[in-house]
Design a protein around this ligand. Sequence first.
Ligand code: LTN
Length: 324
Amino acid sequence: MSKPILISGIQPTGRLHLGNYLGALKNFVELQNSGKYDCYFFIADYHSLTIDFDERQKMGEVFGVARAYLASGINPKKSTVFTQSHVPESTELAWIFNALTPLGEAERMTQFKEKREQKLGTAVGLLTYPLLMAADILLYDAKFVPVGEDQLQHLELTRDIARRFNNRFGETFVEPQAVLTKTPRVMSLNDPGKKMSKSLPEGCLFLDDSPKDIEKKIKRAVTDSESEVKYDPGNKTGVSNLLLIYEALAGKTTKELEKKYAGKGYGQLKGDLAAVTIEALKPFRESKMPDKKLKSVLDTGAKKAKKLAAAKMKEVKNRLGLLN
Ligand code: LTN
């Protein structure tokens, strides 16, 4: 019996940080190691084209994500790792979905509406982005898709697209399911009301930060004027954020941590958390895999992905009455 296919992707849009690790990569590795799935992990380089970019930087970022995949524990012998643009069937299928999906369904997407309101770009791709995502998933008959909550609506749209196509043209696509894992919402260290993000670099722990930077950022993390180490996200957002990060990296519950730090101050908590973080991020910092080696991993992955993709595209074209 072959295993069900699981797929997910990360956009190469700048240096990856702790939020990316705890929100995505760490889960990917656990899913891979469960042995229950045939895993595909890709770098969504076509998706990130809707954002301003510099070409040379972009290539470096693709390798950066590939390096982080491998450093986190994604094993190319177990999982298929590839770059989205190396499998052009994905954009080919996306066009078909563009042609078949009512405009209103794309316009309804919350992320699109938000980006439009915040004037984050004017590209048509901001609207059609979920259709490329649907293609990324449906092309491989993926049954499971680990995503964050922000992508759930896009996954629901993917299911609608699959169902509608199947009803109209005959059974072609598998309806995928989201895999929602419990992940902490990692907040900025120096502005814990906001999500950790590369646009707030002072409060952002990048995966390749030096031990010195990690220590400095954690020591400067905003806490509060009390001194009790307590998990209380409503009132003590800064300290609670530190405890959540600690919990995720050290596998100790916030309850256990509260006990451990009873009667001790924030200084001690920060010092220990810095040590834990420095250790946890070591593989990212020290990963020296050359681009050439990464390229070869991505080429091998693309070859494998392309086999499935080409067969599915053939089937889709047959269903639509297009010439193969
Ligand atoms: N849109 C996703 C990245 C992404 C993806 C996918 C995730 C593109 N295609 C297919 C899962 C499956 C994001 O920005 N997080």
